[in-house]
Design a protein around this ligand. Sequence first.
Ligand code: FAD
Ligand code: SF4
Length: 520
Amino acid sequence: MMGRIWTGDELTEDTTLTCDVCVVGSGAGGGVLGLELAKRGLDVVMLEEGGYHTRRDFDLDEAKAYSTFYQEGGNRATDDLAISIFQGRTVGGGTTINWCACFRTPPEILERWRDVHGVKGLDTAALTPHWDWLEERLSIRDWPIEQANRNNRILWDGLGALGYSRGTVKRNVRACAALGTCGVGCPTDAKQSTLVTLIPEAVEKGLRLYANASVRQLSTQGVRVTAVHADVLDPATSRPSGRRLTVNAKVTAVCGGAINSPGLLLRSKLTGRGNVGKRLFLHPVVISQARFRERVEAYSGAPLTVYSRQFIDRGPGKLGWLLEVPPLLPLQSAVALSGFGAEHQEHMASLPHANALLSICLDGVHPGDEGGTVALRDASEYTRFKVRYPLRDFHWEGFREALKVSARIQFAAGAEQVMSPHSRPVVMRGEKDIALLDRAPYSPLECSVVSAHQMGGCAMGGSPQTSVVDSTLRYWDLDNLFIVDGSVFPTALGVNPMETILGVARWGSQHVAAAVGSTA
Ligand SMILES: Cc1cc2nc3c(=O)[nH]c(=O)nc-3n(C[C@H](O)[C@H](O)[C@H](O)COP(=O)(O)OP(=O)(O)OC[C@H]3O[C@@H](n4cnc5c(N)ncnc54)[C@H](O)[C@@H]3O)c2cc1C
Ligand code: SF4
């Protein structure tokens, strides 16, 4: 049976559907789950609040892309505005607009989940066959250093000059033209997102996908979810059209990603004994900006192809970080680069010479690091989420040391000037100026922090007292509700999360299928 993709404008009246499994969200977790269930012959309905955008819509118009393909028009942030949060909202979710870096989960993280959080049966051996399959299916291959753009090469050279460990990144691409525009959608379909791979295959196998369908609530009775209620959105405005879509499914799988999945549960009055919305991790990032005499053109070429985990483990109680580079597309840079007025104009004029290093900090693995929280602002159905993420001395110490290391790497690679991400940037013209970073202010809004990797909020664990889902991804207190996305991670990872989410979803699909009664 062939499935189909509907958009909001096609639903002209209230609609009720029945199916085996309702999957909420079509990103990394939802995309894999939808295919695996459809492959087993199950009747699957997938609801996605974002629009159905394909390569024809990925026209490199940044202004349109962030406001259309990202959560809250690209303006999501913590409640105190101290951390900007970038997250996908389109068919394919984050996989449609991310930068293609693929990493398997570090074994020590899975061991921590087992030993500290009581997760059972989810280890490297269990995930390996799923990663093997995904790497083949999504064409996840090394991007060799010979093909690195100058932006990545700077990181590679700087790491080498200082004797730090370094590696090249695997990417989920096929015939990639190295345009560098992954963050605004791939116009050539080279990026092997769920949008162009697993979802079309699932549709061929019968999946019914409704885009512009924003799930507002789950109804429950006793220990079961009885209905999934969605508002149909107008694709042109993303506002509710007034029409409702209701799905009655044997099993429901929430795959809305960290922040949205706990948010949906809270709207549905499912608090997981107080654990829903807790342990939100953001991989908080500080960015060190550098200027080189030669052209770097960091907006062009495969965006993220070199990394270093040299500083991921700085010992007990110290925040560690992963080093990578971001692409510097013009609009994104205009928002992210420091300075105001003439100073900012000058930075923008020299964008072709700019390089930036990301320090992606590993949160949730030190005693007392409970991360952030997601809550509802008020009782109204369209209330915005209140995302809190307290930044403490522990974080600021890590950020400061990370900025010092980044500056050293950038100077070692030949930078003329390095700037910190402070609202009044520390401008360094050589090694000796790095000490100035010690005197800079480290507090919310004075030093900019961003996040593109959200995890947690519906933590998996060994006890309903401390977690939201069990080791089969099932909500502890309901028989037919599963959560299958990055929100189930009990800690952050210290590597880019997509491949872990894909792997966990494929591994978890067996449990979701079993709950419908499928033994295939
Ligand atoms: C700019 C950027 C670059 C990134 N680069 C990388 C990278 O290079 N490598 C990497 O590993 N990771 C990267 N990431 C992160 C990665 O894309 C995410 O971690 C991953 O996609 C999360 O998967 P998920 O299934 O948890 O959620 P998502 O992929 O975010 O999918 C959730 C989907 O559910 C939908 N949804 C949410 N709530 C509802 C609702 N109530 N009703 C209906 N639908 C709903 C959302 O619209 C979304 O499409 C990047 C992210 C961004 C934003
Ligand atoms: S770099 Fe490759 S994957 Fe990214 S947008 Fe360009 S062609 Fe697509």
